[in-house]
Design a protein around this ligand. Structure first.
Ligand code: CAA
Length: 684
């Protein structure tokens, strides 16, 4: 197989592969067949780009036909795997008689992340080979299994060292000497239990789905397929037919379309417009070792870049680095990082209280709290301390990058890199292009983010960039609903039911109500200029209710728990404030209205960002919301969700809200235009 970049099984690869397998099977001079890859990747599975296309006529070389041909091949076939064998690629390997691997081999069924299930025999062959528990784990979690683990579980047969091609030919020679024994998984029940013995494993899988995959469609169908494998343990073909039926059901589902959209949106965002590889960062500096600075420093260390962290004094450094060390240890003990990584990473982090210690860094990230004066002072100090070619980035969530750039002699080497908290875990980074940021500087930041396994998304330098600008509309409507008479519990529940991990008020409590309150007090913002939601935040903070951090916020959190409990005093406070602000209170809003009121501002503001050129593509906006704000990936992000509803219907609702609530609901011109034109936001 040699179909760059990743041997995706599109028709261009399937057709010749099918011919080759049939020819080898029929050719008497062939003793054994090796199925190998000419690329680093063994095979990335089905070609996801084909999913939106009309279904293949039965005569075409489908993936199932390929697996059938391998199954029927009269010569023993060995998959020689030296890289990733994912999805349909792993299914090909399982239809072979043997799997031999190098240490670089990785196996996975990532279909679940695409709203699918392994649809070419994966749910039938895997449990026969490695048992139902391991098969359920692979299909439901979609995590890569490394070579050593695959050899241990029986997924792979032998590890080959040295030159893989040479070792594979030697292996084939061994097979011929042994009389070419064939060993098809489809030949019998293998590791499948009797039906009566399997109940507990399926119950545990369903319990896991209820806990971790709420709202998702394909996980339950995966469990059903493996149940069918057990029920049809002596009839492989019957199980295969059941799998096929459910696979087609998944393929046609909106969830699968949304998840494929996110897959391509992530990759398109990461190209950042230019796609050119940027200069590799060799030594980094981070200014500030609070929550964000510490998390950002961790990212550098995890990918092996030495980093110096600067703080104002030794105490602040000690406190910050103690948190970093604890986080590394936690990641290591949870398996997120390999054994020994915490120590290795900590050794890459050095600390300083003087700017002169940062002189060797070629990339610096300023990560102090949101105060423009402070940030510009830091930029000027960094400019003096760093070498001429170094890049300076600000981890600001809404401030003006140009003002910071103006404090330096190198505005072309300044940009924003907005990380999300916790920065060592969240994958989104908004990359903010200032008026003077050069293409090389941007390329450097995009490459750095990709190296950190982040998903970078380009944004213009406009207040709040993409994500936080949209969030203001979401939060505004949530508070409006509250003052109009819908309790916070109901608003939060509606958005959780939609698929968000938490509702807006749980989120406000998690972030901390005191942050905004202190900022408003510090800025001496007149009470008359404070928004209704801010007024509520003020009132709560004045009563010592800062959010989850002290167990008292919009909700109560008893005994350090994260579970919100209602507080009658807060309900009374909302009512009081609503009267003072002149709201006419009514009955609680219906679930559908809550969802539309909170989510359609995201769509409308998002359309405005496209119009203003703040975001380059609707798919970029979706990536921001999925990876930065917990929008369910299986709904594709807010812009994709709106497209699925139909932009004309979304616009009609927005106009309805405009009639009821006034100009804050004025539709964006881009939305009006796209709704009239039909189709989606991004013309491809
Ligand atoms: N189909 C089509 N294109 C694919 C693809 C696939 N399965 N997998 C990767 N690509 C494309 C990417 O879109 C990207 O294209 P661009 O360069 O144009 O952006 C290119 O290949 C390289 O991909 P990455 O940037 O992701 O490269 P990487 O080296 O970081 O990762 C990978 C490689 C591990 C294979 C990763 O791409 C991946 O996980 N791919 C998805 C695998 C997958 O989900 N397979 C299951 C498909 S569904 C299936 O097989 C159903 C079935 O059972 C019938």
């Amino acid at each position: 197989m040699s179909a760059p970049p990743v041997n995706a099984l599109g028709a261009a690869l399937r057709v010749p592969l099918l011919e080759a397998i049939r020819a080898a099977s029929a050719d008497d001079s062939v003793g054994a067949v090796l199925l190998a890859s000419g690329l680093k990747t063994w095979c990335a599975g089905a070609d996801i780009r084909e999913f939106g296309m009309p279904e293949l006529p039965a005569s075409e070389a489908s993936l199932t036909a390929l697996c059938d041909a391998l199954d029927a091949c009269r010569k023993p076939v060995t998959a020689v795997i030296g890289g990733v064998a994912y999805g349909g690629g792993l299914e090909l390997a399982l239809a072979c008689d043997y799997r031999v691997v190098s240490g670089r081999a990785r196996f996975s069924f990532p279909e679940v992340h695409l709203g699918l299930l392994p649809g070419a025999g994966g749910t039938q062959r895997t449990p026969r080979l490695i048992g139902i528990e391991a098969a359920l784990r692979m299909c439901l979690e979609g995590k890569p299994v490394p070579a050593a683990e695959a050899l241990g579980s029986g997924l792979a047969d032998r590890r080959l060292d040295g030159d893989l091609a040479e070792a594979a030919f030697a292996w084939a020679g061994e097979l011929l000497e042994k009389g070419s024994p064939s060993r098809k998984i489809s030949g019998g029940p293998g590791q499948l239990p009797e039906l009566g013995e399997a109940g507990a494993a399926f119950a545990a899988a369903r319990e896991q789905i209820a806990r971790k995959m709420r709202g998702r469609h394909s996980p339950e169908l995966i469990v059903q397929c493996i149940e069918q494998a057990v029920a049809c343990r002596d009839d492989f073909r019957a199980g295969l037919a059941e799998e096929r039926r459910r696979f087609v059901q998944c393929l046609r589902s909106p969830q699968s379309k949304a998840l494929s959209h996110v897959f391509f949106a992530e990759r398109s965002a990461a190209r950042g417009g230019s796609g050119a590889p940027g200069r590799a960062v060799e030594r980094a500096a981070v200014v500030g070792c609070g929550t964000m600075g510490g998390g950002i420093a961790m990212n550098f260390a995890i990918v092996g870049i030495p980093v110096t962290v600067l703080e104002t004094d030794a105490d602040a450094l000690e406190r910050g680095l103690a948190v970093v060390r604890r986080n590394f240890e936690r990641s290591e003990s949870s398996g997120r990082l390999p054994a020994g990584a915490a120590k290795r990473c900590m050794a890459l982090i050095s600390s300083a209280t003087e700017y002169s210690a940062l002189a060797g860094a070629d990339f610096a990230v300023e990560a102090v709290y949101e105060n423009l004066d402070l940030k510009t002072r830091i930029f000027s100090r960094l400019d003096e301390a760093l070498a001429d070619e170094a890049v300076i980035a600000s981890n600001t969530s809404y401030l003006d990058i140009d003002r910071m750039a103006a404090a330096t002699s190198r505005p072309q080497q300044v940009l924003g890199m907005h990380f999300f908290s916790p920065a060592n875990i969240m994958r989104l980074v908004e990359v903010i292009e200032g008026s003077h940021s050069s293409k090389e500087t941007l390329a450097c930041a995009f490459s750095l983010a990709s190296r950190m396994n982040k998903i970078p998304v380009w944004s213009a330098n406009r207040h709040g960039f993409i994500g936080n600008r949209m969030l203001t509309g979401y939060m505004r409507e949530a508070y409006e609903l509250l003052f109009e008479g819908t309790p916070p519990e109901q608003v939060d529940a509606a958005l959780r039911d939609f698929g968000l991990p938490m509702g807006p008020f749980q989120m406000a409590d998690l972030v901390g109500l005191d942050l905004g309150w202190r900022a408003r007090e510090l800025a001496k913002k007149p009470v008359g200029e404070r928004k209704p939601g801010e007024r509520l935040g003020d009132a709560l903070c004045e009563r010592g209710r800062f959010g989850q951090k002290n167990g008292l916020g919009i909700y109560n959190y008893g005994g350090g728990s994260r579970v919100p409990e209602s507080e009658p005093m807060v309900a009374a406070l909302i009512e009081e404030l609503a009267a003072e602000l002149g709201y006419r209170r009514g009955p609680p809003a219906e679930q559908e209205e809550i969802v539309k009121r909170c989510l359609y501002p995201l769509v409308n503001i998002g359309a405005g960002l496209l119009e203003e050129g703040v975001a380059r593509a609707a798919s970029d906006i979706d990536v921001v919301y999925v990876h930065g704000y917990g929008f369910p990936a299986w709904r594709g992000g807010p812009m994709h969700y709106a497209e699925r509803q139909g932009l004309a219907s979304v616009l009609e609702d927005i106009r309805g809200f405009q009639a009821r609530f006034g100009e804050r609901w004025a539709p964006s011109e881009r939305l009006v235009r796209q709704a009239a034109a039909g189709g989606g936001f991004d013309k491809r």
